[in-house]
Design a binder for this molecule. Structure first.
Ligand code: NI
Length: 214
């Protein structure tokens, strides 16, 4: 495959300039690094995993709704790089299946897709996951927390996309569900540690909110 990773990174760096919703260039870089580590453990095709990880958010429904359906940004970039149609199909399928959609979330059909989906979900967890949650919330005018707004569980794709909630509810509505949705044992282990950290954080957040720590 004639598509240097460096050129894809450059494309993505340019693409995400001015993006402050937690889906920035360095989110992509972390997903790329994690996905490659998982791919090595799982014996997946590193090149396909690398390109899919780097391009996984350039046609995201929230970031680029106009190109979402046809994965137009990813496809036109890969075509320009002379990636074969067969490989483009594999990469597009991975990107198609990567997103969290509540109870409608897809289980990727290939091991490469599983590595990328796990890596993307791992970056929603832990210390960085907490930072990204509040960055996204601020970017979308959401409250940090509102005790009168309860988390909604069991949402489908449509409900999840249209749902407006608080940043703290996001932990219950998505983040605490991710560990058990991991596809690979490698990711599951990392997710367990990151989730423990987040649960301790949310406990402390609520203790302080309710003045129970003084
Ligand atoms: Ni992502």
């Amino acid at each position: 495959m004639n598509c240097p990773i460096d050129r894809t990174k450059e494309y993505v760096r340019e693409f995400f300039k001015g993006e402050y919703s937690g889906h920035d260039y360095y989110h992509t870089v972390r997903v790329f690094e994690l996905a490659r580590k998982i791919a090595e453990e799982e014996g997946a095709d590193i090149e396909i995993v690398s390109l899919a990880a780097l391009l996984h958010d350039v046609d995201d429904a929230k970031i680029s709704p106009d190109t979402y359906a046809g994965k137009v940004n990813a496809v036109s970039f890969l075509k320009k790089e002379h990636v074969s149609d067969e490989d483009i199909d594999k990469i597009v399928e991975i990107i198609e299946q990567v997103s969290f959609c509540g109870v409608d979330s897809a289980v990727p059909s290939t091991i490469e897709g599983k590595c990328v989906q796990d890596a993307d979900r791992l970056d929603a967890l832990g210390a960085i996951g907490i930072a990204r949650t509040f960055a996204y919330g601020g970017n979308h005018n959401r409250d940090i927390y509102d005790p009168d707004v309860l988390p909604e569980l069991g949402m489908n794709k449509e409900e999840y996309r249209n749902h407006v909630s608080t940043s703290l509810n996001h932990f219950y509505e998505k983040l605490f569900l991710l560990k058990d949705m991991m596809n690979t044992d490698t990711a599951m282990k990392i997710a367990a540690r990151r989730e423990e950290y987040m649960r301790a954080y949310v406990d402390e957040f609520l203790r302080e909110w309710n003045s129970e720590d003084c």
